[in-house]
Write a protein that binds this ligand. Structure first.
Ligand SMILES: Nc1ncnc2c1ncn2[C@@H]1O[C@H](COP(=O)(O)OP(=O)(O)OP(=O)(O)O)[C@@H](O)[C@H]1O
Ligand SMILES: [Mg+2]
Length: 325
C-alpha cells in the first residue's frame, strides 16, 4: 500500500478517479496541509488533507478537524456568492476534501510580489469579505456551525497576539485586552486567514482558499489580517500602490458593513492590524520576505505606536509609512 493509498481509494469511492493510475502532484506553498493536484476523468481537482503538525520552525500543532471547518466555510461562502470559493466535490476521510481546480488563476501574493498591484482587485477582495460577513452576521445557524473557538484561539489569538504580549511588558496590557475582546466577540463568520497567498485572482474576482481557521467571531479580524499583509508588502517593496490597494480594500469593505456601527468595527480592525503587524516581525509566524532589519524596524515602530495609541484601520493605512521618517 503506497503512502496515500487511502486518499486514492477515497477518491475512487467518491467517483473522482478511474481505475488507472492516480497521480497526486504536490502543490507548493502548504505549511499546514498536504495539497495535491490530481488529474481525473472529470478534469483537474485539488485534494487537501490537514497535517497534525504544521511545517513551521516553532512546534505548532493543530487539530485536523480544521479541515472540516474549511469545507464548511467554502460551502457557506459559495452560498453567499459562488464566485467567492472553489466548489467542494467530496469530503474524504481524515478531514480531507476534494475541490475543483481553478486553472489559470495566479495567487494574489505572487502578483503583488511581481509588482502587479491592482487597487480595483483589492477593492473586490474587500467587497467579497464584507459580503460573507454581512450574510452571516447575527445568524444563529452560522454561530452554531462555526463554534471553533478553541481552534481560533490556538491558531490565531495565542500565536499572533498573546505570544507578543508575553514578550513585551509595555504592550502586554493592551494586547491582552485585545485578545480577550477578539475571543469574546461573536458577530459574523470569519475566514481567519485572508492573506494574499490564500486568494486566487480569477476573471470573476477573488477566490478565497484555505479557511481552516474559520470561526464565528469578530469580522474586524479578516479585514485586519488582509490589510496587514498589504502594509507589510508596502514596506518590503517601497511601492505606494500597496498603500493605495490597502485603502481601496478598506473603503470597499466599509461600504459593505450593514450589520453594526462602522466606526466601532474600523477601530477594532485598527487595533488588530497594529497587533498583527507586530506579530509578523516579532511573533511565532514572521513574514518570510521581511528579513531586512531596517524593514522590520519600520514595521515595529509604527505597529508599537499604534498599539499604544489606537487608530481606526482607515487612518492607520492612510498614515502608514514605507520608509524611515
Ligand atoms: N482550488 C484550487 N485551484 C487552484 N489552485 C489551488 C486550489 N486550492 C489550492 N490551490 C493552490 O495550492 C496552494 C495551497 O493551498 P492552501 O492555501 O489551501 O493550502 P495550505 O496548506 O493551507 O497552504 P498554506 O498553509 O501555505 O497557506 C494555494 O496557494 C494555491 O496555489
Ligand atoms: Mg494557504
Amino acid at each position: 500500500m503506497t503512502a496515500n493509498a487511502d486518499i486514492i481509494e477515497a477518491l475512487r469511492g467518491a467517483g473522482l478517479a478511474g481505475e488507472g493510475d492516480v497521480v497526486l502532484e504536490p502543490l507548493t506553498g502548504g505549511v499546514s496541509c498536504d495539497v495535491w493536484k490530481v488529474a481525473t476523468p472529470r478534469g483537474p481537482i485539488v485534494v487537501k488533507r490537514p497535517l497534525p503538525q504544521l511545517r513551521v520552525a516553532a512546534d505548532w500543532r493543530a487539530p485536523v478537524e480544521r479541515g472540516t471547518s474549511e469545507i464548511r466555510w467554502l460551502k457557506r461562502a459559495r452560498g453567499v456568492d459562488p464566485r467567492l470559493a472553489p466548489e467542494v466535490l467530496a469530503e474524504l476521510p481524515g478531514h480531507a476534501f476534494a475541490m475543483r481546480f481553478l486553472p489559470g488563476c495566479p495567487v494574489w501574493k505572487d502578483e503583488l510580489m511581481a509588482g502587479r498591484v491592482d487597487a480595483g482587485f483589492a477593492a473586490r477582495v474587500g467587497q467579497g469579505i464584507a459580503a460573507v460577513h454581512a450574510a452571516t452576521a447575527h445568524d444563529d445557524g452560522d454561530r452554531a456551525a462555526f463554534a471553533n473557538d478553541a481552534m481560533f484561539r490556538a491558531l490565531r489569538v495565542d500565536p499572533f497576539i498573546l505570544y507578543v504580549a508575553q514578550h513585551d511588558a509595555a504592550l502586554a496590557p493592551a494586547l491582552t485586552a485585545l485578545a480577550g475582546d477578539l475571543a469574546g466577540r461573536k458577530i459574523a463568520l470569519v475566514h481567519g486567514d485572508v492573506s494574499p497567498k490564500n486568494i486566487l485572482v480569477s476573471a470573476d474576482g477573488p477566490v478565497f482558499l484555505d479557511a481552516e481557521c474559520a470561526v464565528y467571531g469578530d469580522p474586524a479580524f479578516d479585514l485586519a489580517f488582509c490589510v496587514t499583509h498589504l502594509l507589510l508588502k508596502a514596506v518590503w517593496s517601497g511601492d505606494a500602490r500597496l498603500n493605495a490597494a490597502a485603502g481601496a480594500l478598506i473603503a470597499a469593505y466599509q461600504a459593505g458593513i450593514d450589520w453594526e456601527d462602522r466606526e466601532g468595527l474600523l477601530l477594532r480592525a485598527g487595533k488588530l492590524t497594529a497587533a498583527l503587524l507586530l506579530a509578523r516581525v516579532e511573533g511565532k509566524s514572521p513574514a518570510p520576505y521581511l528579513t531586512d532589519p531596517e524593514h522590520k524596524r519600520i514595521v515595529r515602530d509604527q505597529a508599537r505606536a499604534s498599539i499604544l495609541a489606537p487608530q481606526s484601520i482607515d487612518a492607520l493605512a492612510a498614515n502608514w509609512k514605507r520608509t524611515c521618517p
